[in-house]
Design a protein around this ligand. Structure first.
Ligand code: 2BA
Length: 107
């Protein structure tokens, strides 16, 4: 068994989790925050048999879109002078980790 962690954009989270559920997978949604943009994202946790991991990844990649987000930064002119200098950052579709599960029980 494997545990799939998928970090996805909040805007995609409903459609991804709905389609995973529709395909028969159990999913848990966590509200998370990216360390770089400090913006909300969603982490989906899905425990799945080894042979079904690829099906989970297929659903996640099908419904997770790549986006650019604007990140506010400041350009320094020295001696305390700054002007806003927003930069574009490419985010997603999904960042996925697949971990082995040592033991799975529902007690
Ligand atoms: P954030 O940490 O907010 O990162 C948003 C996007 O900013 C990233 O998109 C990447 O394009 C860029 N970025 C992140 N850290 C950077 C850095 N140190 N320098 C320059 N650019 C940087 P994605 O790679 O698609 O990641 C989307 C979100 O997935 C991340 O949000 C984070 O929450 C998570 N994530 C990505 N890689 C991870 C990892 N190795 N471990 C844990 N979480 C990760």
């Amino acid at each position: 068994m494997k545990l799939v962690f998928a970090i996805i954009n909040n805007d995609d989270s409903s459609v991804v989790s709905r389609n995973l559920t529709k395909a028969g997978f159990s999913v848990t949604k966590l509200a998370t925050t990216g360390g770089f943009l400090l913006a909300g994202n969603t982490t989906l946790i899905c425990g799945v048999e080894d042979e079904k991991v690829q099906s989970v990844l297929d659903v996640i990649s099908k419904y997770s879109k790549k986006r650019t987000q604007i990140m506010p930064t400041e350009l320094s002119y020295g001696v305390g002078a700054f002007s806003p200098m927003p930069i574009e950052v490419s985010v997603g579709g999904a960042t996925v980790f697949v971990l082995p599960v040592e033991r799975f029980e529902k007690v």
